[in-house]
Design a protein around this ligand. Structure first.
Ligand code: C2E
Ligand code: CA
Ligand code: CA
Ligand code: CA
Length: 271
């Protein structure tokens, strides 16, 4: 059985060092933020490279704290995971995202990030099912993005969770592919519908032949496994040109559109 994480962090202790105290304070603020509705969502466009058409939007969480101001996810997701607040936050994100997407044109998909903690500590299949019924969003329009760290903790549990999600008709993308623990074994044994090529590859794409070779290899892998590849962090038309000539399917990044508060405001410069 999983240990309960919800009681983990949220107390003060005179012995704590500054870092621990800051984190405890943030954990307390996070629980309050849930109650007070300080979170909002941004949307970033995803486009087909061949046709330039919008295929969907990724949902990105934003925290507007009354004193701290805008707190970026890199500064709070980890604390939220440690203290368990990511469970109610993640549930809110999923529900809001599906509610919003149900108002879009019906060919557009919505991509929602899932924390490893949601897979390890929530009945994610039941939650997704419930939210789809509540919001009446067609399951084929929802994509859940997971990182490989979701899988390595407990492979069997992760497999069961992903299968429950797939059984609903919801698709699954592997996020940040090519970094961290990425292994070919995971790609082969889990039922992914999309590979999201980590944006670290884009940075070097125009400079190094090695980066290009890596991208080409991952695209070939996707092709062999019949899994489409989306490139993240596309900032320049040079990068987009290379991706197009290498047969990459979709792209996301500042060139195509910055994250914005509404899908209309997530506008592209070029495509
Ligand atoms: P991610 O899932 O890899 O999301 C993509 C991040 O790259 C976003 O940062 C996005 O704003 C940024 N980005 C997009 N295009 C470009 C580009 O062209 N160049 C550069 N330099 N960056 C670009 P953001 O919104 O700060 O989110 C950071 C991370 O926080 C996300 O990485 C994801 O891991 C996590 N996150 C965000 N929202 C959620 C959520 O609702 N739930 C969970 N569990 N995690 C979330
Ligand atoms: Ca993501
Ligand atoms: Ca990513
Ligand atoms: Ca990332």
């Amino acid at each position: 059985a999983k240990q309960s994480i919800s009681q983990n962090v949220c107390f003060y202790d005179g012995e704590m060092d500054d870092v621990a105290r800051d984190r405890a304070r943030m954990a307390k603020d996070l629980w309050q933020a849930i109650e007070e509705g300080q979170f909002k969502l941004n949307y970033q466009v995803q486009k087909s490279i061949a046709t330039s058409e919008t295929t969907g939007y990724e949902v990105l969480l934003r925290w507007v704290h009354p004193e701290r101001g805008n707190v970026p996810p890199v500064d709070f997701i980890e604390v939220a995971e440690e203290c368990g607040a990511i469970l109610p936050i993640g549930e809110w994100v999923l529900r809001e995202a599906c509610r919003e997407a149900a108002t879009w044109e019906p060919h557009l998909k919505v991509a929602v990030n899932l924390s490893p903690v949601q897979i390890a500590h929530a009945d994610i299949g039941a939650l997704v099912d419930q939210v789809l019924q509540e919001t009446k969003l067609d399951p084929s329009r929802l994509e859940l993005e997971i990182t490989e760290s979701s899988i390595i903790v407990d492979k069997n549990r992760a497999m069961a969770a992903l299968q429950a999600i797939k059984a609903l008709g919801v698709s699954i993308a592997i996020d940040d592919f090519g970094t961290g623990y990425s292994s070919l074994e995971t790609l082969r044994s889990f039922p992914f519908d999309k590979i999201k090529l980590d944006r670290s590859f884009m940075t070097e794409l125009n400079e190094s032949d090695e980066a290009k070779a890596m991208v080409r290899a991952i695209l070939a892998l996707g092709q062999g496994l019949r899994i489409p590849v989306l490139a993240e962090g596309v900032e320049t038309s040079e990068q987009l040109d290379i991706l197009r000539s290498e047969g990459c399917h979709e792209a996301q990044g500042y060139l195509l559109g910055r994250p914005g508060p509404t899908v209309e405001k997530s506008v592209g410069l070029a495509a």
